[in-house]
Design a binder for this molecule. Structure first.
Ligand code: NDP
Length: 398
């Protein structure tokens, strides 16, 4: 079989010769008891760069020794890109949300042999899920592999926004010492109201991680959490996103991108937020309206915006979020720490082993199976597509 793998570029200075830490902590299970990926074996050293082109998710030896062809590229956006050329006779395509190969309907329809799209990570919104259902292409992702990595990033971003870390760090880097400049937007998070839109694996973990800061915790989700969890965290449940944003100083967004959540944070919703609130969005860029966020930061309706997700990706060089005031954006990195890469590379290997051996892929990994939303997909996504406008990614110039 032919496996097409789209990964982000190698470091500009080439693959690292060594890494800061000699090895990674060993985790046994995820917090709800789910096991970490369980491939029969792996051909990489956990802690090495795996998500870039030369890292190849550690798959080449395994695939080639089993008679398969592996094509790896980062060239994924402009007309005539390598990924489009290779897709037409590929059986499996692997892509990462950090450097998404947008599997639009046109692309899906050009790939007559395509059987499965694997997300090396979590979040399969870069696939036109409706087209995948129509053409019976299975879609799977490595559920839980980087959820806790993202929750850590959320805590970092909430604290860095509220305390105004980025500005203070810049003053030092620029050789300065004006403390009044450094603190004129700096607050403690203690006592604030912090709420999450969606309390799934990431949202709930972010709430748990924020609890020791003595904040008031809120959530909105389609399903209520068990009473025991609400009690443990002293949580306030909101029946609507409007009700949550009205009372929160900090809102973190943790739902998948699908037609129900696309453009959720538009002018109207942002204007219902508490004046001067902060947003941390590590879910997907398209959940927030690009112009509305920039406008609210300018007017002071929002005091800060941070996250690592953009639309499209890579973000065009002139994307307004790169230059808006009081933002703490990173490129899409929260779920691709070296730690997380080891888990999702092992998860992809597990999925491929199951596929080749015709064994069932774990139910929690399924988004679409046999033309229907299945597994996690049936729980968390809705039908339709959120890939519209993704061709703008070709505007990014290295
Ligand atoms: P989960 O599936 O565990 O959680 C998703 C939650 O979103 C569920 O609780 C689900 O609710 C809820 N939800 C779905 N639709 C809505 C809606 N319309 N309104 C409110 N809640 C909704 O996934 P994770 O927590 O692991 O990941 C969440 C998202 O985070 C991913 O889909 C991905 O987009 C993003 N992500 C980003 C990463 C990064 O690197 N920045 C890495 C990993 C994920 P219910 O179950 O009650 O239906």
């Amino acid at each position: 079989m032919k496996i097409l793998c789209i990964l982000y570029d190698d470091p500009k200075s080439g693959m690292p010769k060594n890494y800061p830490l000699p090895n990674l902590p060993k985790l046994k299970k995820y917090p709800d008891g789910m096991t970490l990926p369980t491939p029969k074996s792996i051909d990489f050293n956990p802690g090495e760069l795996l998500g870039c082109v030369s890292g190849e998710l550690g798959l080449r030896k395994f695939l080639e020794s089993n008679g398969h062809q592996l094509v790896v590229t980062s060239d994924k956006d402009a007309d005539g890109c390598k990924a489009d050329k290779e897709l037409v006779d590929s059986d499996i395509v692997i892509s990462q949300p950090f450097w998404p190969y947008y599997l639009t309907r046109n692309r899906i329809e050009s790939a007559k042999k395509l059987k499965m799209a694997i997300t090396a990570g979590i979040g399969s919104d870069h696939v036109d899920l409706q087209a995948a259902m129509d053409h019976k292409i299975d879609v799977v992702e490595v559920t839980y592999c980087n959820s806790r990595s993202v929750a850590e990033h959320i805590v970092m971003m909430i604290l860095s926004l509220v305390r105004d870390y980025h500005n203070q760090h810049k003053i030092v880097k620029d050789g300065g010492w004006n403390i009044a400049d450094a603190v004129q937007r700096s607050y403690d998070v203690e006592g604030m109201h912090v709420g999450t839109v969606a309390a799934g694996r990431i949202g709930l973990d972010a709430l748990r991680k924020m609890k020791p800061f003595d904040v008031h915790l809120h959530y909105f989700d389609r399903h209520k959490l068990p009473d025991s969890v609400e009690k443990e965290l002293n949580l306030t449940f909101h029946e609507s996103v409007e009700s949550l944003v009205k009372v929160c100083d900090v809102v973190t967004i943790n739902c998948p991108l699908h037609p129900e959540t696309e453009n959720l944070f538009d002018d109207k919703l942002i204007n219902k937020m508490k004046k001067g609130a902060y947003i941390v969005n590590t879910a997907r860029g398209k959940i927030c309206n690009r112009e509305a966020i920039a406008k609210a930061l300018k007017s002071g309706q929002l005091s800060g915006y941070a996250g690592d997700v953009w639309f499209p990706q890579p973000a065009p060089n002139d994307h307004i979020w790169r230059s808006m005031p009081n933002h703490g954006m990173t490129p899409h990195t929260s779920g691709t720490s070296l730690t997380a890469q080891a888990r999702y590379a092992a998860g992809v290997r597990e999925i491929l082993e199951c596929f080749f051996e015709k064994k069932p892929i774990r139910d929690p990994y399924l988004i679409i199976k046999d033309g229907q939303l299945a597994g996690m997909g049936a729980h968390s996504y809705s039908k339709g597509s959120a890939t519209g406008g993704s061709e703008e990614a070709a505007k990014y110039k290295k």
